[in-house]
Design a binder for this molecule. Sequence first.
Ligand code: ADP
Length: 585
Amino acid sequence: MFRSIRWRIAIPYVILILLVMVVMGIYLSRLLRQTYLRNLDNQLITEAIVARDSLIDAFGTGSSSVKLDSRAKHLAALIDARVTLIAADGTVLGDSHDDLTSMDNHANRPEILQAAAQGQGSSERYSKTEDQEMFYAAVPVINQNQKVGFIRLALPLLQVQSNIRQVERTILFFTLVASVIAIFLAMLIASQTTRPLRDLTEATTQIASGDLSVHIIPVSKDEVGQLTRAFNTMGERLRYHVDELESERSRLSAVLDEMSDGVLIIDGYGKIQLINKAAEEMFGIGHDKAIGSSLIEAVRQYQLMELWQKYRQTGELQAVLIEIPTKKLYLQTVATSLGKALPESTLLLLQNLTRLRHLETVRQDFITNISHELRTPLASLKALTETLQDTALDDPPAARRFLQQIETEVDALSLMVSELLELSRIESGKVPLKMEATSPTDLINQAVERLQLQAERAGLEIQTTCQTNLPMVLADPSRMEQVLVNLLHNAIKFTPANGVISIGCHLNDDKMLFSVKDTGIGIPADDLPRIFERFYKTDRARSGGGTGLGLAISRHIIEAHGGKIWAESIEGQGSTFYFTIPLAT
Ligand code: ADP
C-alpha cells in the first residue's frame, strides 16, 4: 500500500509536519516555562523585598519564634504564598505552612545560599513538606549592615505545569489536524498527478493484450502530458508498423496459400517453421500439428529427409523427384537456402507434377489408343484390298461384298476422324454455342425419340422421369441433344436385353440435374475416373464398336455450358451418368 505514489507523496509531508510540530511544541513549552518561572521569580522577589521591610524590626529585635511564625502565617495569607522566615544561621524562625519543630536547618537550601551570595536567590524543586513541585525565592534581611536572616517565599508549580500542558495539548491537537489535512491534500495532489499515469498503465496493458487502437487524451501540459503525447505518437507508429507488417504478412500468406506448389521452411534442428496449404494437403497434415514438429514426424517421407540432410551437408541446392504412391503424387522437390535472412533454415519447394504426369499418361494412352483404333480398320482394309486384288476381282458378287465391307470400314474410320475433329474443335472453342432458354423435358423427349427404335430392337425399355413444371435451362439445344443421345446410346450399347433405361431431370439447387440410368454391365471402379478421357474404353467395351470419344465430347460440351458431368456405377449392376447445366434466368 505504501508503495503507491500517493503515499510516497503523503508520508514526507506528514513526517515534516510532525517534526516541525514536535520541535515547535518542545521549544514553546520550554519558552513558556522559562517565562512563567522568570515572572514568578520577579514576583516573589518583589514581594519578599516588600515583606522584608516590614519584618526587619522583628528579625532585629530578636522576637520570639512564635511571634515570627505568626507573622509568617499572616503574611502568607496576604500574599497567598508560603512564607518562611529563616535566621542567618539557617534556623527556621517561622513558616506559614509547616510546624517549626519538624523543620531542619535551611542554611544549605540553594535559594538561601544564592541569596546569601548574590543578594537574592531562587530555585525550584520537589518539596517534601508540600508534597509537590515548588518555586522558591529568598532575599537576605539586613539590619544595620548585618545579615540577620532570610525571607523566603514559595509557590507551587502546579499552575505553571497545567498551563504548559494546556499549551502542549493545543499544539498536539493542531499537529494532528495539520497531519490529517496534509494526508488529504497529498492524496488529492497524488491522485491528480497519478491519474494520467494510471491511464497510461491501462493503455499499455491494452496495447500489450493486442488492442492497438488506444488513444489517451492529454489532460495537462506538464511532464506527464508530454509523456501522454509521446505515448500516443508511439501508439500510432506501432499501429502503422503493425498494419504494414500485417498486410505484408497477409499478402505473403495469400501468395503462399494460393500456390499450387508446396513450400516448407525447416530450421537447423529439422523442425518445420512454415508450411503452406499445398504442402499441408500433399502430406495430409494440419497446420498447427506441423508447425514445430520435426520434418520426418510430420511428412513421413525419408526421401525428403535425405534431401534436407544432403543439403545441410553440402550447402548446395539439391533436387529430387519423389513419388508418394499412397496419394498418387509426383513431386519435384528442391532444397535450397533462404539467404542471409535465415541462414540456418532450409527452403523446401515441392512442385506438384502429378497433373503433368497424368497428362503425359493421357497423351501416351491417346497415342496407343489412336494407333490401335486406326490399326484395326486399316489392317482389315489392307486384307480386304489384298484379297480383292488376288482373287475376288474375277468374282463380281464376291468383289461387291468386299467393297461393301471396305465401305463399312472406311465409314467407321471417317466417323472416328470426324469425331476427333469435332472434339478438337470443341476443345479449342471453335464451335460457338447457340445458347437459348430451352425446356429440359423437350431435350429429353427428342433424344428418347431418336433412340426409341434402337432401344426396342435391343429389347430395352426407356423410362422418362422428369419433374413437372421445371424451369427452362440455358443451353444450345442441338449440342445438349448430342450429349443426351450419346449417353442413351452408351446405355443401350452396354445393357443386355430386358434391361431398363431411366432418363430424367430434376431441379438441384440453382442447376438442372440430368441423369441417364441403366441396368447394364456397369463400369469397373478403376476405370470410372477415366472414362471421360479420349479413346478410353473399358476392357469389356473394347471388343465392341465405338470410338471411345463420345464421353470426351460430352464432357467438353457440358463444361462449355458451365456444367459438370460425372458417373456412378456398380460393376454388373448398372451405371448412372449425371450432368448439370445452369437455369435460364
Ligand atoms: P464409346 O464410343 O466406346 O462408347 P464413350 O466415350 O461413349 O465411347 O465411352 C467410353 C467408355 O465408357 C466405353 O467404351 C465404355 O467402356 C464405358 N461406358 C460408357 N457408358 C457406359 C455404360 N452406360 N455402361 C457401361 N460402360 C459404359
